[in-house]
Design a protein around this ligand. Structure first.
Ligand code: 26V
Length: 820
């Protein structure tokens, strides 16, 4: 079924450029305090944002009041990451102001694109999980769901990546340097957060235990900062509320620490530290105490806020599950489960059973990875020291769950051990995945394959105990940012072909399918793609001084650098192709540029080495006259949302080549396809469903399946023999290993290559030949340009289903029980 989005009549009026120009001037004067003569580009940016923000506020208040008056159920999305990127273009576009605002600014001598480029990226996330949260926020506003996002207002978000001599260097991202014109600071909306201390038991006169009181010894404040989130056509404006850490009362503290200024400062620094940095390790161990503190800090502040709002409207907490759906974005906020229990029991006087029933009916949990190193667990001693009351509650929940398992008579001791919230082998740890699972009525995976694997692997025993809880919600992306805004050329062409309906209902983009066979349309499509490639080529020329030819095939792999994502497979294939081009110069090679982009966790040695390898290989290939420009390799530094907005529309080929079974979903794959790139990929994550939508002829699938990977791993996979059997691969590996690409340090890649010979956990060698052969199939299709563009158009037309509007509607109906 398709949904027309505009349930409410659009309340948008479009002010003319003159009105907007006057508003900008007024904002410049009264909000920024500058006149036109002295205004910097930043001042113009701030003034423009203030103008659009004022307009948003009207819609915002209306939406908030409506939700209150109608007693609508609210969704609370708890996430340690919101990778929202720049907001100004998004706001202009969703409010329908883009053209008039451009004109207004032009009349003032200001270039919209120029000031837009100065807006810092709000990089409050690592990668896929954080960007998904941002797409969800936009879609919830668009499909008219009352929702609040809750997270942390990191003073330093994701680090800025520079490449020095081919190596990744991490620099602090200071996105708040010029202030943040979007946010509203809410000093009055602050909550106390405690750590450490002890638990006191209060007993009645007859000696019965009445309740527990946690007496923390450290206290900080969480202060709210609100950013409005505008949906398409300003259908609704929701709130992203980010918490910042503050010392409770610096003045009082000074008195307490009379004479001890260092001590007082330490308290203030501790509060500050909570919202100082985003942990830059995605799918990689963090395990720091500060990380657990951050998780508790934002979970408790959010829950206190939710409870206060609920109580002020409804007066009691029995109705919480009917009026609030709280969603846990991965296990990072899983501490919210025992925290809600604590608030319900210790503060609001409920007994365990009541509190447990409310908790389970309120929470839902999404799992985003099966990688063992990314599954969070905390050492019991640390947990107990920081959160002693929560430790008790975790034990109580565990007793409840294990008794249930035992009573069902279906579980062996070993299985019960795996269900337990406490891991007992080695050091004792609290398993946050299990905690989130047992505390939620719904646990979902992010693609069909991933959800099935969850049932078979990490949560097999819990799934047996609670067979109705696991469900799938395949990820999606917002077509506003990832098509309408980042690809105005393709948007205009699509409107010309099929009209405007797809703007409000992305399913309608399927009407483009018929145009795949229309030669004139294909030419226009190719021209749009070329213009987007020219834009990227210019960026690469400006930033890196590398010249690339826009008529070459643009082959792009942009994502976090991780061994399972197999950038190494791509690099080795580039080396093999380089060898082929040199040994068979007479062949009709199709010119190609391989682009890479992505950040490595600072502590992830092999990932950083892979970045260096990409850069070393680029240096050799790009300089070799024997290549005659037929192959170029470009590593684009500091991959982030804004760069993605330029690279996605410029791609011909999208690299989605993870080891089968390891990428939970992927969302970059969806952005590429929507922008008319063909995918080369494995049967992993959402690639499987993308293949079903676009059809086998419009995607390049290669490599081992999940089952085959498992089979190889358990039956003594011998990578050495595989490498030796493939002369292309053997040569490429030998070249890297012996220092052909690192003459200044021939040993640099020895261990990395030995890893391939010795274990090759990620099956790079096993998939190499299939990958290289498929790349030659890609060349063959690319050579036949009408065929290529027909396939590209079919990709655009057939991936409307991967809209986050669809995903959010499924969450709304099947998990949150809110109307859409
Ligand atoms: C884990 C950790 C653990 C150590 C501390 C820092 C940290 C930060 C993030 C994570 C979780 C990473 C999980 C993640 O990003 N998963 C990605 O989620 C996407 C959205 O569902 C999905 O498309 C990607 O396939 C999946 O890798």
């Amino acid at each position: 079924m398709t949904h027309a989005m505009a349930s409410k009549a659009p309340i948008l009026e479009t002010p003319d450029p003159k009105t907007l120009a006057d508003e900008v001037l007024k904002a410049l004067k009264y909000r920024v305090g500058k006149g036109t003569a002295v205004a910097t580009q930043y001042d113009w940016l701030t003034a423009s944002i203030k103008v659009v923000r004022d307009r948003i506020v009207d819609h915002w208040m209306q939406a908030t009041q409506e939700a209150y008056a109608q007693q609508e159920k609210r969704v609370y999305y708890l996430s340690l990451e919101f990778l929202i990127g720049r907001l100004m273009r998004d706001a202009f576009s969703n409010l329908g102001l883009m053209d008039n605002m451009r004109e207004a600014l032009r009349s003032l001598g200001v270039d919209l694109d120029l000031i837009a480029a100065l807006e810092p990226d709000a990089a409050l996330g690592n990668g896929g999980l954080g960007r998904l949260a941002a797409c969800f926020m936009e879609s919830m506003a668009t499909v008219d769901i009352p929702a609040h996002g809750y997270g942390i207002r990191y003073a330093n978000g994701m680090f800025r990546q520079e490449i020095h001599d081919g190596w990744q260097v991490e620099l602090p991202e200071t996105w708040l340097d010029h202030g943040n014109p979007w946010e509203f600071e809410r000093r009055e909306r602050s909550f106390e957060v405690g750590f450490g201390g002890a638990v006191e038991s209060i007993t009645s006169k007859d000696g019965r235990l009445e309740r527990h009181v946690w007496k923390p010894i450290e206290h900080v404040l969480a202060v709210a900062y609100d950013t409005p989130v505008v949906g398409w056509r300003a259908n609704r404006v929701n709130t992203l509320r980010l918490w910042s850490g503050m010392p409770i009362d610096p003045i009082l503290l000074d008195k307490f620490n009379a004479g001890d200024h260092i001590g007082a400062l330490a308290e203030s620094n501790k509060a500050d530290a909570l919202s100082r940095v985003l942990y830059p390790a995605d799918s990689h161990k963090a395990g720091q105490e500060l990380r657990l503190r951050q998780e508790y800090f934002f979970s408790t502040a959010s829950l206190q806020d939710i409870i206060q709002r609920h109580l002020s409207q409804y007066g009691d907490l029995q109705s919480l599950p009917d009026k609030a759906a709280i969603h846990l974005n991965d296990t990072h906020p899983a501490i919210a489960v025992p925290e809600l229990m604590r608030l319900l029991m210790d503060v609001h006087g409920m007994d365990f059973d009541q509190a447990w029933s409310i908790t389970k009916r309120t929470f839902g949990y999404t799992n985003h990875t099966l990688l063992p190193e990314a599954l969070e667990s905390w050492p019991v001693p640390l947990f107990e020291r920081l959160l002693p009351r929560h430790m008790q509650i975790v034990y109580a929940i565990n007793a409840e769950v294990l008794l249930e398992a035992r009573a069902s008579d279906q579980f062996s001791d070993e299985q019960i051990g795996r269900i337990s919230l406490i891991q007992e082998n080695g050091d004792r740890r609290v398993r946050m995945g299990n905690l989130a699972f047992v505390g939620s009525h719904s646990i979902n995976g992010v693609s069909a394959l991933h959800t099935e694997l969850m049932k078979e692997t990490v949560f097999a025993d819990l799934h047996k105990l609670y067979p109705d809880r696991i469900n799938n919600k395949t990820n999606g992306i917002t077509p506003r940012r990832w098509l309408i805004q980042c690809n105005p050329g393709l948007t205009a062409l699509t409107r010309e072909a099929i009209g405007d309906r797809f703007l409000d209902d992305i399913d309608a983009i399927k009407e483009l399918d018929a145009f795949a066979d229309d030669a004139a349309f294909r030419d226009k499509f190719a021209a749009v793609k070329r213009a987007n490639k020219v834009r990227l080529a210019n960026l690469v020329a400006d930033r890196l001084g590398i010249k690339v030819d826009p008529s070459a095939l643009f082959d792009i792999q942009i994502k976090r650098i991780h061994e399972y994502k197999r950038q190494l497979l791509n690099i080795l294939e580039a080396i093999a192709l380089y060898d082929q081009i040199r040994s068979h110069p007479e062949r009709d090679w199709m010119p190609r540029v391989k682009f890479f982009g992505g950040k490595a966790a600072p502590s992830y040695h092999n990932a950083k080495l892979i970045i260096k390898l990409a850069n070393d290989v680029a240096k050799v290939i790009n300089r070799d006259p024997a290549v005659r420009g037929l192959l170029k390799v470009v590593f684009v530094p500091n991959y982030n949302v804004s760069l993605a907005e330029i690279m996605m529309p410029a791609a011909d080929l999208s690299e989605q080549i993870s080891t089968a079974g390891m990428e939970a979903s992927g969302t970059g794959n969806m952005k590429f396809a929507l922008n008319g790139a063909l995918t080369i990929g494995t049967l992993d994550g959402a690639n499987v469903e993308i293949k079903e939508c676009v059809g086998d002829d419009n995607i390049f699938i290669f490599g081992l399946t999940t089952a085959e990977v498992a089979e190889r791993r358990s039956n003594g996979y011998d990578p050495r023999s595989v490498i030796e059997a493939s002369s292309e691969l053997a040569q490429a590996v030998a070249a890297v290993s012996s220092g052909v690409f690192s003459p200044d340090d021939p040993e640099r890649y020895r261990d990395l290559m030995n890893g391939l010979y010795q274990s090759d956990w990620f099956m790079v060698a096993a998939d190499f030949d299939a990958y290289a052969a498929t790349q030659r199939d890609v060349d063959a299709v690319w050579r036949n340009s009408p065929d290529w563009y027909a396939k590209a158009i079919r990709n655009v037309a057939r991936v409307g289903w991967f809209s986050s509007d669809r995903t959010i509607r499924q969450y709304a109906k099947e998990i949150w029980n809110v109307p859409v």
